[in-house]
Design a protein around this ligand. Structure first.
Ligand code: ATP
Ligand code: MG
Length: 476
């Protein structure tokens, strides 16, 4: 028995009988210059034949194709949808492939051995193929408050807490976020199915939310972040009606669980367009609801040090992603929260607290505050604090210190961070150059470099303890 709450248990519909073939009904959606609002009657989709679009099976992963064919041969409707179709239409390589079907999650599980059901708020099937996961979502329909029941839960403000009421392909198209994300590729006849005029928006380069913007953003405020993310990623213009609401409603993000916002932050800043994304988040007054301490610390001047450090860190992240180098949230958060930590350290230093304990105390309070907005798992916050505390140690290089630091597992990240601080004018360029040289120098040259350090450059702030006299080994 399939247990999906609210799922219509009628037998699977074969594609030939599906909504695609309905040609009757009340007119197609509005033209590209208007907001897309669903009419009261069934709308017939535009079916764009293979000859008129560029989506090709050659660009779809074999596993995604396998899932589509298998669901089809089990008698279910199944389409490729979302970012995969959008990106192929734009001539870009899709990041992943999402599939929509009329099979319930439980029915999907019955078809695939390698299937795992996930999510409570939004129940999904994941089909696992080694390193690739294909996400299969059951058609859902838009939420109407009066309809609240076991499958859906809507908060007073209109936010959807649970979204598990299943529907038809057409319902599914209308409840998606943006028109360009609601295009379906039908592997049975290679057509693209378009209920929401998404194809016109693809051509025009417009990002348009489906339906009434205020209602759709209230249902799920994360859509505001998604708007920014897609606009930055593909360079589309957010249409006027879709963007107007965002400026004044960043506060709606306060209701979103910190863990979900953390996931979203990673997508925003670790997808290769971090700089553009950051500019847009600030433009729409959204950044301050993700990183309020950072936002407060940035100051007025765009070329001021705190702002420059963040910008350079994001530029660096984008550059690394562009050449396939790994990036870590620890480094990203280290840069975003560095200025807040420095600000929190100041009164402690004035009270005479030593640098390192002051840093740790400041770090704890900044992290605690940040966790109210976006979570940051310990596996990232621990190395983040290490990157920070290494900044203090990189200043003192005398004796064996520099040699020991070089061996530190976090040295490379700490050095990269020091370079950003140098570029943004927070530390002397000479210190950065010294470390750059020290790393490549041979052993005698390194010894010489340390010897050359004047007493002032030898230590920075950190209290110098006198080493206790080494005990001589007995001569026997
Ligand atoms: P990406 O390239 O980042 O994967 P995507 O558009 O595929 O972009 P996903 O998060 O993978 O984004 O979601 C897949 C699809 O599910 C979207 O294209 C959209 O149709 C729908 N979707 C995802 N999140 C939402 C949401 N919050 N509200 C409405 N529809 C959504
Ligand atoms: Mg996707």
């Amino acid at each position: 028995m399939s247990g999906g709450g609210g799922f219509d248990p009628s037998p699977p519909v074969s594609t030939s009988e599906s909504a695609l073939c309905r040609v009757s009904g009340g007119g197609s959606p509005d033209g590209a210059s208007h907001n897309v609002i669903k009419g009261p009657t069934i709308s017939s989709p535009k079916i764009i034949p293979r000859a008129e679009h560029v989506v090709s099976r050659a660009n779809i992963s074999d596993n995604a194709l396998k899932v589509l064919y298998r669901l089809n041969s089990a008698g279910y409707e199944a389409y490729l949808v979302g970012g995969g179709v959008r990106d192929m239409l734009l001539g870009r390589e899709p990041k992943d492939f999402d599939i929509a079907t009329n099979a319930s999650p439980e029915q999907v599980r019955d078809v695939f051995r390698n299937c795992r059901l996930i999510g409570r708020r939004f129940r999904l099937a994941h089909i696992l193929f080694g390193r690739e996961t294909i996400e299969v979502a059951t058609f859902r329909r838009a939420q109407v408050e009066e309809e609240e029941g076991p499958g859906m839960e809507i908060e007073e403000g209109g936010r959807i807490l649970r979204d598990n009421v299943y529907g038809t392909l057409e319902d599914d198209a209308w409840r998606r976020d943006f028109t360009i994300n609601a295009l379906y590729y039908n592997v049975q006849d290679f057509s693209v199915i378009d209920y929401v005029n998404g194809m016109a928006d693809i051509t025009a380069g417009v990002l348009r939310i489906i339906g009434d913007p205020a209602q759709r953003y209230r249902e799920d405020p994360v859509r505001m972040l998604r708007a920014v993310r897609f606009a930055a990623k593909i360079g589309f213009q957010i249409d006027a009606a879709s963007e107007a609401f965002i400026y004044d409603n960043g506060h709606l993000l306060d209701d979103i669980p910190a863990a979900r916002l953390f996931d979203e932050v990673l997508k925003l800043f670790m997808s290769g367009q971090a700089v553009q994304t950051y500019e847009l988040l600030r433009h729409y007054y959204l950044f301050e609801f993700l990183f309020p301490l950072t936002d407060d610390s940035l100051g007025e001047e765009e070329d001021g040090m705190p702002h420059q450090l963040v910008l350079r860190a994001l530029t660096n992240t984008d550059a690394r992603i562009a050449v396939g180098k790994p990036v870590t949230p620890a480094f990203l958060y280290a840069a975003l929260l560095w200025e807040p930590v420095r600000i929190a350290m100041r009164p402690l230093l004035e009270q005479g607290v030593d640098e390192l304990p002051a840093l740790h105390q400041a770090a704890n309070s900044v992290i605690e505050e940040q966790l109210r907005y976006t979570s940051l798992p310990r596996r990232f916050s621990t190395p983040m604090v290490e990157i920070w505390s290494m900044q203090l140690r990189l200043g003192s290089r005398s004796g064996r210190r520099a040699f020991r630091l070089l061996e530190h597992p976090r040295f490379r990240a700490a050095y990269d961070f020091l370079l950003l601080r140098g570029e943004s004018g927070e530390v002397e360029q000479a210190l950065c150059d010294w470390w750059t040289e020290f790393q490549v120098a041979d052993e005698p040259a390194r010894e010489e470099m340390v010897k050359q350090l004047g007493p002032a450059a030898a230590g920075s702030g950190a209290k110098r303890r006198k080493r206790p006299p080494r005990r001589k080994k007995s001569a026997e």
